[in-house]
Ligand binder design. Structure first.
Ligand SMILES: [Zn+2]
Length: 169
């Protein structure tokens, strides 16, 4: 992989930590810019915001050695904790996201690996490629983070094939 690694997504489809099949990951914490936001007793408050614990029964700050650092990682680049749930083996528990290593949707085009956070992302990307467009400022930042090589004309057919194959998974 070349270029910068984008911030890990808050929600994404990952390889199940138990069986490697399709699992859904959801960040365990949510950041609010308002420091006075009404949050769960287990949340954290800072001068610039507050963080809510979304699933305190499954994963609280106790899982993290350093809650403040963990809170910062939750909305910045890093390896956030969350809950992974797998329909194939029934796993539902804490998982530390390693992005893009954990990505379930991935394909190689032009010698580079494309990582997609979820199906919806694949659909939006396919729409752009089919219309031979590059992501513009009007597109969401996640699509603009896709390396340019995947938009090159020489990779057009391979991209359509790869995206359609991933959508069938
Ligand atoms: Zn599983």
């Amino acid at each position: 992989m070349g270029g910068r690694i984008p911030s890990p997504p808050r929600r994404c489809t990952v390889r199940c930590p138990k069986c490697a099949k399709r699992a859904e990951f959801s960040s365990a914490y949510r950041f609010f810019k308002n420091p006075n936001a009404s949050i769960h007793p287990m949340g954290l408050k800072f001068s610039y915001g507050s963080v809510a614990v979304r699933m305190p029964k499954k994963l609280s700050w106790k899982s993290s050695r350093n809650p403040t650092l963990q809170a910062q990682r939750t909305w910045g680049p890093g390896e956030p904790w969350g809950i992974a749930t797998c329909g194939a083996c029934g796993f539902a528990g804490p998982h530390k996201l390693k992005w893009p290593k954990d990505a379930y949707y991935r394909g190689t085009v032009g010698g580079k690996t494309l990582f997609a956070p979820d199906r919806e992302f694949l659909v939006r990307l396919l729409r752009l490629i089919e219309h031979q467009k590059s992501p513009s400022n009007r597109n969401s930042p996640d699509l603009r983070a896709v390396p340019r090589i995947f938009f090159l004309k020489k990779n057009h057919d391979a991209m359509i094939k790869t995206l359609n194959r991933l959508l069938e998974l």
